[in-house]
Design a binder for this molecule. Sequence first.
Ligand code: DAH
Length: 338
Amino acid sequence: MKAELEAIKTEALQALKGVETLDALESLRITYFGRRGKLTDVMKGMGKLSKEERPEIGKLANEVRATLTEAFDSVTERLHRQQREQQLAAESVDITLPGRKPTYGKAHPVMQILERIEVVFRQMGFDVVIGPDVETEYYNFDALNTPADHPARDLHDTFYLTDGHLLRTHTSPVQIRAMENQKPPLRIIVPGKCYRVDYDVSHTPMFHHVEGLLVDKRATFSELKGVLTSFARQMFGDQTQMRFRPHFFPFTEPSAEVDISCAVCQGKGCRSCGGTGWVEILGAGAVDPAVFEAVNYDPDEVTGFAFGMGVERIASLLFRIPDIRIFYENDLRFLRQF
Ligand code: DAH
């Protein structure tokens, strides 16, 4: 039995040296210390020993068990340490690698221009007012002196909804809403989305307008020209020339379309301006008395002027973009340039 114990000890210590995993260690532990383990078997056999043999063999057995327990513990610790080191190595971060640059969101080019337009008019004392995209025929047309047989009311231009509602075709209806809510004097601009059944190089079904309205005891056409000239020069540069062409809008009388000298050729004439040297940027005029009557303003007491411009149009001129549809294609190669 003594020899048996020595053999178990030698064999176990030898086997431990080759153990490389915690699983292998556990099965080795079972081989020696398990319920049917080799050392357990020997311990069980102790009862059969004579009184004389028992103390000596018992002492040896305890020594062997203590030695092996210690050996198992130290291998356990070694394997745990190895495991931890492997894990740390696998999870290590190479701090010498260059960092990833976060990509920042930016305002859409049309919004960038809209913001610039707002800043210019705010500096001239205009308040920014907004209104609903879904309008009634009354606000979008009737109150703006646009009778039912006007071409602008054609089904082909307007997205009609149900019950006399529609998607506003301009932000002019907010003129009416503002005047209903407020007594004169009034100095507002109205930025916002508009909708028309239209799709070509200079039209998208959804686009942005900035409407302007100034009402006072005596607001003159020359003041309108001053405001718009100041606006155009701040947007397009000090050299910008203005041209007011007679035009018709139902809600203004007289009305004008306003051109600026072409920024590409400085008015000499080029492909961008169709050789004319001028590009149209907005519509404007003196508020028609019929519009004042719709909101219970007395046309004998107040006068006003109004204007309306397309933001995509101005953005396409400033950024030299020949086809405005690209603004809404969401192509990052395009958007990243702004
Ligand atoms: N609402 C016009 C349009 O949709 C733009 C416009 C022209 C607005 C003249 C005005 C104005 O207030 O006086 O094209």
